[in-house]
Write a protein that binds this ligand. Sequence first.
Ligand SMILES: Nc1ncnc2c1ncn2[C@@H]1O[C@H](COP(=O)(O)OP(=O)(O)OP(=O)(O)O)[C@@H](O)[C@H]1O
Length: 231
Amino acid sequence: MLDVQALESGYGESVILRNVTLSVRPGQCVCLLGRNGVGKTTLMKSIMGALKARRGAVAYKGADLTRRPPGDRAKRGIGYVPQGREIFPQLTVYENVLLGLEAGRGKRGVVPDAAVDKFPVLPTMYGRRGGDLSGGQQQQLAFARALASEPDLLLLDEPCEGIQPSIVEEIRDVIRSIKAQGATAILLAEQSLEFVKSVGDYFYILEKGQVAWEGGPEALNDEVIRRYLTV
Ligand SMILES: Nc1ncnc2c1ncn2[C@@H]1O[C@H](COP(=O)(O)OP(=O)(O)OP(=O)(O)O)[C@@H](O)[C@H]1O
């Protein structure tokens, strides 16, 4: 589904990502780990197209997206829950969800049930302004907005950061049910090891913008965690 090949990316003069190669298949939740500032968000933005690749390639469903703009990537079925959520505070909850629909491939004006089924509180708040929601509710909204686009690839950037435990559990359930359906690929950047171990099928650890380690759940042992992830 997603193949990132020898990607180099950064901001202005500074190169952040070097030679990053990874892939994600349908039904898989692939986790991106690494200490603060190693480049996880930069990689998400590069896959979404918000940052241009300087070298290397981003391929999705066999098509080369490397030079395609973010809007085109969304239309092709890449959904994004950005770090910090990026809810539009002046728009209502419903309008925020509709934005996901417009950005992606959903049927115009019809929010798919699957986008909000898992977050039953959202439809009860449709008329409220996004900015008036709690952090956890905004995270649910960001998730629903991405699911409204009916993505085949879902990019999740630290969805549990600063979120109350009950909503973390909801997010865990949503990820598990998406995996169980088997069609959507998930790339998840997350600091909580407990969380990624509970949903992850394969792991890449970044260090200074490069893939320093990769492997399956059985290989992600205490030694690896101490070496690459312990602060
Ligand atoms: N807009 C920007 N302009 C310049 N440098 C930036 C910008 N955003 C991030 N960086 C730098 O890029 C590097 C990687 O940052 P990035 O946010 O991708 O890391 P991260 O692994 O997602 O970290 P965190 O876990 O803290 O979110 C850091 O050194 C950061 O200071």
